[in-house]
Design a protein around this ligand. Structure first.
Ligand SMILES: NC(=O)c1ccc[n+]([C@@H]2O[C@H](COP(=O)([O-])OP(=O)(O)OC[C@H]3O[C@@H](n4cnc5c(N)ncnc54)[C@H](O)[C@@H]3O)[C@@H](O)[C@H]2O)c1
Length: 317
């Protein structure tokens, strides 16, 4: 049984949903976030926010007091900008992770759950779901830093006995995704359509992704927390391929059927096919994704709409 959790990046999109889920399980929750992308108002009532940096040993050590489990979510989350800004990416995503590891020995922490990504995988030839043994040859600096971090976490776990799971999240969607031109096609298209602008599809739009609801990602983390299997890597997705064209169609239907899409050149570093085989997490942790995209996409639209009202949920944009 764990009693107090640290969620790094807990003022961000996934971290804040995870913090909520942990509170509802009866844990005490502390969030460490530098608010570079996250927002104070995302941190749920009942969780303590420590404003600080995962790259600072003082900030991490200070936030670990009394903590027995760490969920490391803090990162610079952009495949596209990692190509130019590879140094900054590695500084936060790799060195920040190593700093967290360095601070764990001598604390009460018994388990680390690391937020990894589908970006660790090599290009797949088709949208067939891939499992955790698929080749890991990342095509972006972001994927490289996520893969290296995973490997450090596992090696660290073997030598210290502090348990570790790495969860490879696929494309996560849901309310509270931080609006940015680079991350989260559903949130990006929603905001463009609400602005009366055409969603821009890079390439032919037939690239297929696995869109997983943020509440399912939070549940997968709870399953990893409860597990007594040692040192394991799990895909977290749905196993269902959805094209970017389908996303645009769904959102146009919800918001503005008359707005046509625009196409632009593809970006390097982004996988064409990225679909999770989730049989390992289902078999070993008893986790099944329970949410269908068509049922939840309206929730994202509603959230984005309300966050644009003055005084709306995320303070306007
Ligand atoms: N969103 C996705 O589709 C997706 C997919 C795969 C993996 N992931 C991983 O999930 C995790 C959470 O992503 P998210 O989508 O919630 O992104 P997010 O940007 O909403 O959250 C990341 C949080 O980390 C904080 N942060 C960044 N640098 C920091 C630093 N140096 N010190 C302290 N805090 C810092 C930000 O302020 C933000 O609140 C990340 O590790 C990301 O790589 C996300």
């Amino acid at each position: 049984m764990h009693r107090r959790a640290l969620v790094t990046g807990g003022a961000g999109f996934i971290g804040s949903h995870l913090a909520e889920a942990l509170l509802s399980e009866g844990l005490e929750v502390r969030v460490l976030d530098n608010l570079s992308m996250g927002k104070r108002e995302n941190v749920p009532d009942g969780a303590e926010l420590v404003e600080g940096d995962v790259c600072s040993a003082d900030d991490v050590r200070g936030s670990l007091k009394g903590v027995d489990i760490v969920f490391h979510e803090a990162a610079r989350v952009s495949i596209r900008s990692s190509i130019k800004e590879f140094y900054d990416d590695a500084e936060t995503n790799l060195m920040g992770t190593l700093n967290v590891l360095k601070c764990l020995p001598g604390t009460d922490v018994r388990k680390l759950v690391y937020a990894s990504s589908m970006a660790v995988y090599a290009e797949a030839p088709s949208p067939e779901p891939i499992n955790e043994t698929y080749a890991t040859v990342p095509i972006s600096p972001y994927g490289i830093s996520k893969l290296a971090s995973e490997m450090y976490c596992m090696q660290f776990s073997r030598t210290t006995g502090i348990d570790c799971h790495a969860l490879r999240y696929f494309n996560t969607y849901g309310p509270r995704q931080t609006p940015s031109p680079y991350v989260g096609v559903i949130t990006i298209f929603t905001h463009r359509l609400l602005d009366g602008e055409a969603p821009v599809i890079f390439g032919d739009g037939e690239q297929k992704r696995d869109f997983v609801y943020v509440g399912d990602i939070a549940r997968a983390n709870l399953a990893a927390m409860r597990s007594d299997i040692a040192r394991r890597i799990f895909n977290v997705g749905t196993g269902i391929p959805t094209s970017v064209n389908q996303i645009a169609k769904l959102l146009r239907g919800e918001i503005a059927p008359d707005i046509e899409v625009r196409h632009a050149d593809e970006h390097p570093g982004e996988l064409r096919y990225s679909v999770a085989d989730v049989s390992r997490i289902t078999r070993e942790l008893g986790f099944r994704p329970s949410t269908r995209l068509e049922e939840r996409i309206g929730e994202v639209v509603e959230f984005c709409r309300s966050s644009r009202q003055p005084g709306g949920e995320s303070g306007g944009s």
